[in-house]
Design a protein around this ligand. Structure first.
Ligand code: OSB
Ligand code: MG
Length: 351
């Protein structure tokens, strides 16, 4: 395939309700949709999900726009490639900037799947056509009960609650114990850094399936101690930016589970490598969200269909965050699941 055209389009929408983390309140979301064309009529789509400011990682939507336009698009335009994995090789001349790289690389995978007339989830080796839905509750403590009740009613099988050192473990325990049939995850986004492990241990009795990223992204030693001293599984998100980081986590026994995010890892190729590494070392895996639109979500759903993804991910319906998503049909949750289509590529029309 000759990569003939790469086009960027900015999408900006308010969230239906503000998303609160310890680091940032997100009320509006801007992403870049990448469209790649080859020597056929097919168009492959990717989505760049960096945030406006570097609160989640060091990339921003502006830094990504710059790197995409000035650096990565020129590297790829007019190149002939036999397989989407070659994009990662071509991009090796550029350091870091994994979210920018991922946005184009994902579009190329979609393009190749479309040219093979195969759904992306099958093209990458996926086997599960029905993906368990999960939602994130990122609200003030006063609204947690209400939002959990809504999520349970909507059929979500897994609920992730944002926590920080000032969260109240005894209160959270009453929430978790009210829904014995549901799985609850906790995500600290690194907020226990600077606090003693003792504070984290107080969350060990809440009944969470796992605690995500309690300490800072480079605080390997604290995560090693947490894994040793807590019975709740330790899961890493921000710490994991590459296969080397996964190897580091394994070597240091710093976690049991990782959150896969193709954007943070630089796209499909590196993510597939990470999955092999996790499988070989019995590390648990699930697919995380980035408050993204349907293009990114569609790629993530294909990712979640792969064998070995053994925990439910951040998969909420389009209508959870958005008045109107950028794909048709929109993503919907039925009986707690999202069903993947047989249409080629990401399987949704971009509107
Ligand atoms: O830490 O998992 C995170 C959203 C934006 C940035 C970081 C994170 C999140 C989420 C996922 O918690 C929300 C979603 O898209 O469902
Ligand atoms: Mg997280």
């Amino acid at each position: 395939v000759i990569i003939e055209g790469i086009h960027l389009e900015t999408v900006r929408q308010p969230l239906k309700t503000p998303f609160n983390t310890v680091l940032q309140q997100v009320t509006e979301r801007e992403v870049i949709v990448v469209a790649v064309t080859g020597d056929s009529r097919d168009v492959g789509y990717g989505e760049c999900v960096a945030f406006e400011t570097p609160w989640y990682n060091e990339e921003t939507i502006s830094s990504c726009r710059f790197v995409l336009e000035q650096v990565l698009m020129p590297v790829l335009t007019n190149k002939t490639i036999e397989h989407p994995q070659e994009v990662w090789e071509l991009f090796k001349v550029v350091k870091g900037n994994r979210m920018a790289k991922a946005a184009i690389e994902m579009a190329v995978w979609d393009l190749f799947a479309k040219q093979q007339e195969e759904p992306l989830w099958k093209f990458v080796g996926g086997t599960q056509q029905s993906i368990p839905a999960g939602v994130v509750v990122a609200a003030d403590p006063s609204k947690i009960k209400e939002q959990v009740a809504q999520a349970a009613k909507a059929g979500y099988q897994r609920i992730k609650i944002k926590i920080h050192p000032d969260s109240e473990p005894s209160f959270l325990k009453t929430v978790v114990y009210a829904y014995p049939e549901l799985q609850f995850f906790a995500d600290a986004n690194g907020s226990f850094s600077g606090h003693r492990l003792d504070r984290l241990k107080e969350f060990d009795e809440v009944g969470f399936t796992l605690i995500e990223q309690p300490f800072g992204e480079r605080q390997w030693d604290l995560h090693t101690q947490a894994k040793k001293q807590l019975k709740t599984k330790i899961c890493l998100d921000e710490s994991i930016c590459s296969a080397e980081d996964v190897q580091q986590m394994i070597d240091l026994e710093a976690g049991d589970i990782i959150v896969l995010k193709m954007s943070r890892l630089g796209g499909w190729t590196e993510t597939l490598k990470v999955i092999d590494l996790c499988k070989a070392n019995t590390i648990g895996m699930w697919v995380g969200g980035m408050i993204e639109f349907g293009v990114s979500k569609a790629h993530n759903l294909a990712l979640a269909s792969l064998p070995g993804i053994n925990y439910p991910g951040d998969f909420s319906a389009s209508a959870h965050f958005w008045e109107k998503d950028i794909i048709e049909p929109e993503i919907s949750v039925e009986n707690g699941k999202i069903f993947l289509s047989e249409r080629p590529g990401i399987g949704y029309k971009v509107v």
